[in-house]
Design a protein around this ligand. Sequence first.
Ligand code: SAM
Length: 328
Amino acid sequence: MADRDSGAEGLSRLAGEAGAGLGRRLGPGRGDATALTLLTPAHWRDYELVDSGDGAKLERFGPYLFARPEPQALWRPLLPVGAWEGADATFRAGGDEESGRWVYRRPIEQRWPMAYGDLRFWAQATPFRHLGVFPEQASHWDWTGELIGAAGGAPRVLNLFGYTGLASLAAAAAGAAVTHVDASKKAIAWARENQSLSGLEERPIRWIVDDALKFVRREARRGARYDGLILDPPKFGRGPQGEVWKLEESLGALLADCRAVLAERPLFVVLTAYAIRASALSLSHLLRETMAGWGGVVTAGEMTLAERSGGRQLSTAIFAAWSATASA
Ligand SMILES: C[S@@+](CC[C@H](N)C(=O)[O-])C[C@H]1O[C@@H](n2cnc3c(N)ncnc32)[C@H](O)[C@@H]1O
C-alpha cells in the first residue's frame, strides 16, 4: 500500500486499545482490529496544505491560495496573519455546515487545471466550499491503482458517490473497467471533462447518474459483479429522484447490498467518510462484517494532510479498506 505503514514519520500507527498498554506502539499487525493507520498523500505538487489553525486551513490549489473553515484545526496557525490575508479567497461560513460564501481578494479564473501524477482535472471554487478535489483521497488513488495494476487484466471497479471522478480516472488509468455512479448530473459532467483533460477518453468508464443504493440493488439483480468497490458517501445526500441518503442510517444497508455485487475473488473495497460522529473503528467493524467469508485484510484509520508550516497532520476523514492480500 503506498504511503501506508511504510514506517516513515507521519505514518504512525495509533496504539491504545485492549492489550496494547498505554502509549505502546503496536507492531506491524496490518489488519489488526485494534490498530489505526494514518494515510497521508506524499506526491502532491499542485496541492499543498500551507498552514492550519484557529478553526481554518490555508491551502494552495494550483496557483491560488484559499482559506476555508476546518473544525479539526483546534491549534494555532504558525504563519503570520499576513500569510492568511494573502489568500486569494476566503470561505465565510454560514449557519450550517455547508452554507456560506467565498470572499475574493482578487479575481481568479472560474476554473483552472490541476494535476496529480498523470491525472488532470479542473478545480473550481464551489458554493459548497469544496474545490472539486479532496486532496487526501490521493492515498486511495495510489493504493487502488497499485492493486489494479498488480492484478492485470481489466478488473471491474464500481465507484459509488464518485463526484468529479478522480478515483474513477485513477482506476481507469491503472487498467480497470470502471462504473462511476453519482446522483448529480453536474458532477458527472465535471468528471467527464476531467476524463478528457486527462487524455483518458478511450478508457472504459461508464458514467451513470443514479441513486447509489438503487443502482447497487439493480446491478445485483442483473448479476453484475465487481472486483473493486470505492465508496465515498456524504453524510447526507439525495439521489436524482430525491431519494434521501443519510450515512448513519443507510451505510449498513448499502454495504450489505454491496456483498451481492462482489466478484468471487475481489481485489479491494475502500470506504471513506467525512464529518460523521462515528470512529474509523466503526467503519472497520462494518467492513469486516461486509467481507466476512472473503478472508483478506482490513486496514482502518484517518485520512490526513501534512501541513507545510509545521508538519502537523490534519485529519480530514476516516476510512476503512479491505484487500485480498496485505501487500500492494
Ligand atoms: C462530494 S462527494 C463526497 C465527498 C466527501 N465524502 C464529502 O462528504 O463531502 C459526494 C457525492 O455523492 C453524491 N451523492 C449524494 N447522494 C447520492 C446518492 N443518493 N446516490 C448517489 N450519489 C449521491 C453527490 O452528488 C456528490 O457528488
